[in-house]
Design a protein around this ligand. Structure first.
Ligand code: GLU
Ligand code: MG
Length: 458
């Protein structure tokens, strides 16, 4: 675990240097996600790794309040030009960047110069969340699906590299060199890919990563996205994870899968509840479903997010759940019944890649645990597209459409005591400040301007 001033980290880094050098590594990129979901980074030459592992490298705390266009806002506890934090790499998570020859990568945690974890460090928050899960005798496994679009346009326009059919073999064949190189780069970096396929919109692909512990899932997400972009550039293509890339098209989601475990038993299988959930598994899902509008301020955090989140786009725009229902914000995935123990999981679909994978995991797990503590149960499931129901039918089922704007999500978030206490007051307030500032940034923009301003930032 990263910590400021740990002499053992310097020893560990020194022991890694030879092998890294033999692999041609000359520098290590340290990276973290800011509160607008942008990966920020600083690099050190390989020779400096031991020093940096023990004492970190400096970075302004103002990145807590940076916005997607690199401008800044402020909150009660963040902002301004003064102060410094130390970025301390997690050496256990260090990986070579196969598609960026010469470079390795490590996620960092941010510490104060006085030797305390920074209260607004997202990766430390995931650690705390994992501890809270463990304190209840539980474990959580999580994974992200990654969707992206590939452009061959000059400049900042978007021109899909292929218009071959969705899920189609032609698209796969056209880009087989690229996808093969991508799979091998990810495998060499220790990221276990489950599937890769051409997605719905022109130029769109998706891959899913195997379930891991929450910290690993969040790290893998940042690393995989960097790798996908780097491999694309080698093939002359630009990658975007932006929620909406072309107006009116199905966008890029960043769905999060999870399962809850106790003593090596999956609590989403083998129980007496709906589709074999145990009472705790059901309560975990119910906690997430109850506060889904507040979760959106974390998981669909940009102004552009609400251009993606539309009915009948498989983006999960309604606050409901259902077995294999791709229009429900919370989709239950049972998997083949013979292997339910290993395959049963749930998926939050309303999320996109302008969100930080660390904050998303911390929020989902904290809401789930609140459901377990309060022994919540799920409402009746929905097995049709909610967009086909009338207002009266939706009311009858107790189903609401999710917030249609970032403003509404912020309002729900601001009133969510579970997330306030999980995130801590400083980070909670900072997130609200960042969301409000991005809202103000686009107050006078039309959808096309929002899409253009977001497209190449993620
Ligand atoms: N691209 C869709 C989205 O925006 C998701 C499609 C799928 O279900 O994989 O979330
Ligand atoms: Mg998909």
């Amino acid at each position: 675990m990263p910590a400021l001033g740990n002499p053992e980290a310097a020893v560990q880094a020194a022991a890694m240097q030879d092998e890294l050098q033999q692999r041609g590594i000359v520098g290590v990129a340290f990276s973290f996600l800011d509160n607008s979901g942008i990966a920020r980074t600083k690099g050190v030459p390989l020779a400096r790794l031991p020093q940096a592992a023990q004492w970190g490298v400096g970075m302004a705390p103002s990145f807590d309040v940076s916005l997607l266009d690199d401008s800044s806002t402020s909150s009660a506890s963040a902002g301004g030009p003064v102060g410094d934090l130390r970025l301390i790499p997690d050496l256990d998570a260090l990986r070579p960047l196969v598609a960026e020859p010469g470079w390795a990568w490590a996620p960092v945690e941010r510490w104060s110069q006085e030797g305390k974890p920074h209260p607004q460090c997202q990766r430390s928050l995931v650690r705390q969340t994992v501890d809270a899960v463990g304190a209840m005798g539980l474990q959580v496994k999580t994974a992200f699906e990654i969707e992206w679009m590939l452009s061959c346009a000059e400049g900042d326009d978007y021109e899909p590299v292929t218009r071959a059919p969705a899920y189609g073999s032609i698209r796969m064949t056209e880009l087989s060199d690229y996808t093969a190189e991508l799979l091998s780069a990810l495998a060499e970096q220790g990221i276990e890919v489950m599937q890769l396929h051409p997605e719905f919109s022109p130029g769109q692909f998706e891959l899913s990563v195997a379930h891991g512990n929450p910290l690993q899932a969040a790290d893998d997400n940042m690393l995989a996205r960097r790798t996908i972009r780097a491999v694309g550039l080698k093939h002359g293509m630009r990658t975007t994870y932006s929620p909406v890339v072309e107006e009116g098209q199905v966008g890029n989601g960043s769905h999060c899968h999870f399962s809850l475990w106790r003593d090596a038993h999956n609590l989403l299988a083998n129980g007496d509840g709906p589709h074999g959930m145990s009472a705790e598994g059901e309560a975990f899902l119910a906690g997430i479903l109850r506060d889904m509008p507040a979760l959106l301020a974390v998981g669909a955090p940009s102004v552009a997010s609400y251009l993606r989140l539309q009915p009948s786009h498989w983006s999960g725009d309604f606050q409901c759940w259902g077995l294999e229902n791709r229009e429900a914000a919370l989709r239950f995935v049972a998997g083949p019944s013979a292997v339910a123990e290993s395959s049963a999981n749930a998926e939050v679909k309303c999320l996109d890649a302008t969100a930080s994978s660390y904050l998303v995991i911390a929020a989902i797990v904290s809401l789930g645990l609140s459901g377990v503590r309060e022994q919540l149960s799920l409402p009746q499931e929905l097995l049709v597209d909610p967009a086909t129901l009338s207002e009266a039918q939706l009311r009858e089922h107790g189903i609401r459409q999710l917030p249609g704007s970032l403003q509404q999500s912020i309002d729900a978030f601001a009133g969510c005591e579970v997330l306030r206490s999980a995130f801590g007051q400083d980070l909670f307030e900072t997130l609200i400040a960042v969301r409000r500032a991005e809202l103000a940034l686009f107050a006078k923009s039309n959808p096309q301007q929002i899409i253009a301003a977001t497209r190449w930032r993620y």
